[in-house]
Ligand binder design. Structure first.
Ligand SMILES: C[C@H](O)[C@H](O)[C@H]1CNC2=NC(N)=NC(=O)C2=N1
Length: 102
């Protein structure tokens, strides 16, 4: 898996407009607010199971109804297509649970 650079990085980021690129980490970030803790943990459960299936895991934190997620590929030293694909899964799960951007 190769770190995304240049035009490929630009094209990849265009696929995940809800996410913010962190140039320092070469990662993408999204902060989500759910209805309550139960919903937030439900999102984390869905994502955790999918992350395990993909062997590609988020860096994240949760405070009550808020979930902060960072995606980057440690083995590649930056953002790869695996992060983009997982971000799109997270976007779909978040939408299904009625999440808003924090
Ligand atoms: C051995 C290595 O930890 C595994 O191949 C997986 C586990 N989950 C992972 N998750 C992320 N985000 N990046 C990785 O490089 C990664 N590697």
């Amino acid at each position: 898996m190769t770190k995304l650079e240049g035009a490929a990085l630009t094209a990849a980021l265009a696929q995940v407009p809800a996410w913010t690129f962190d140039a320092q980490r070469h990662a993408i970030r999204r902060a989500l607010r759910l209805a309550d803790f139960n919903a937030a943990f439900g999102l984390m459960t869905r994502v955790a199971l999918e992350a395990e299936r993909r062997n590609h895991h988020p860096e994240w934190s949760n405070v009550y109804d808020r979930v902060d997620i960072v995606l980057t590929t440690h083995d590649a030293g930056g953002l790869t297509e695996r992060d983009i694909a997982l971000a799109r899964f997270i976007d779909a799960a978040a939408a299904a649970l009625g999440a808003r951007d924090a």
